[in-house]
Design a protein around this ligand. Structure first.
Ligand code: SAM
Length: 243
C-alpha cells in the first residue's frame, strides 16, 4: 500500500540523515568554512541580529549541531539566561559540546538529544527558537514546526535559517553546478566522504522554496511571517511570531 511505501521512505531518510551527520561530525566546521567560503558566518550573524534576544532569556538552538549559534546566544543571555542546544545526532552533539567547552562557553548552556518533530520541553517555554540548516533534514517538517510553536512563549519568535531558492536564473545554474559537481568532490578530498555531500546537494534541491516555507510556518500557527533572502536567495532567513 502507499502507507507502507511512505513508512519505508521515511525510515530511509531518518537513517540517511543519521549516517550523514555521524560521518561528517568531526569535519563539519572545516567543511562549512570551505564550502561556503566562510559566508555561513555572515548568515549566522544576521540570524542573531534578527533574533531580538536579550539578557536573561531562554533560547532553543534546535538542530544546533556544533553550536555556532549557541555560542553567540550564550554570551548575549548571560548568567541569568539559558541556551538549550538540541540535536538528534549524538556525534554532532558531542563535537558541539567539546568545541563550546574549549571556547569557554559554559554555565548557561545545556545539551539535549531530541527530535525536532517531538520536542521534550514544556509548552510556552522559550523566548526564541532558531533552527539553522536543520529543517531541511527533518522528515516531518509540519510536525516539527508545530512542535516549535508549542514550546515557544507567546510573543516569542522562530528563526529558520536554511538553503533556499536562488532568485535569478544565472545564479541558479552556477549554484547547481557547484552543489552537484564541485561540492561532492570537495567532500571527497577534505572529508573523504563524497556521498554525504551529494546528499547535501540533493536535500537542498528538495527543500521548499521561500514562499512555501513561509506558508508552512503560517499553517503551524506562526504570524507576521516574513523572510529575508541572503546571497541571492541561496540562503533565506524566515521569521515568525507566536501570539
Ligand atoms: N545548526 C548548526 C549549524 O548551523 O552549523 C548545524 C546544522 S547541520 C547542517 C544539521 C543538524 O540537524 C545536524 O546536526 C543534524 O543532526 C540535525 N538534525 C537532523 N534531523 C534532526 C531532527 N529531526 N531533529 C533534531 N535535529 C536534527
Amino acid at each position: 500500500t502507499h502507507f507502507g511505501f511512505k513508512t519505508v521512505a521515511k525510515e530511509e531518510k531518518v537513517a540517511k540523515v543519521a549516517e550523514v551527520f555521524h560521518s561528517v561530525a568531526q569535519k563539519y566546521d572545516v567543511m562549512n568554512d570551505v564550502m561556503s567560503f566562510g559566508i555561513h558566518r555572515l548568515w549566522k550573524r544576521f540570524t542573531i541580529d534578527c533574533s531580538g534576544v536579550k539578557k536573561g532569556q531562554t533560547i532553543l538552538d534546535l538542530a544546533g549541531g556544533t553550536g555556532d549559534l549557541t555560542a553567540k546566544f550564550s554570551r548575549i543571555v548571560g548568567e541569568t539566561g539559558h541556551v538549550v542546544l538540541a540535536d538528534i545526532n549524538e556525534s554532532m552533539l558531542k563535537v558541539g559540546r567539546n568545541k563550546l567547552r574549549d571556547l569557554g562557553v559554559v554555565g548557561n548552556v545545556s545539551y539535549v538529544q531530541a527530535n525536532a518533530e517531538a520536542l521534550p520541553f514544556p509548552d510556552n517555554y522559550f523566548d526564541c527558537i532558531t533552527i539553522a540548516f536543520g529543517l531541511r533534514n527533518v522528515t516531518d517538517k509540519d510536525a516539527a514546526l508545530k512542535s516549535m510553536f508549542r514550546v515557544l512563549k507567546p510573543g516569542g519568535r522562530l528563526l529558520v535559517l536554511e538553503f533556499s531558492k536562488p532568485v535569478f536564473d544565472p545564479l541558479s545554474k552556477i549554484y547547481d553546478l557547484y552543489s552537484f559537481h564541485i561540492l561532492p568532490k570537495m567532500g571527497k578530498v577534505i572529508a573523504q566522504d563524497e556521498d554525504s555531500y551529494r546528499y547535501l546537494a540533493e536535500s537542498i534541491r528538495m527543500h521548499p522554496n521561500q514562499e512555501t516555507l513561509r506558508e508552512m510556518m503560517q499553517s503551524a500557527g506562526f504570524t507576521q511571517t516574513e523572510y529575508f533572502n541572503m546571497t541571492g536567495g541561496i540562503v533565506a532567513l524566515h521569521r515568525g511570531f507566536k501570539f
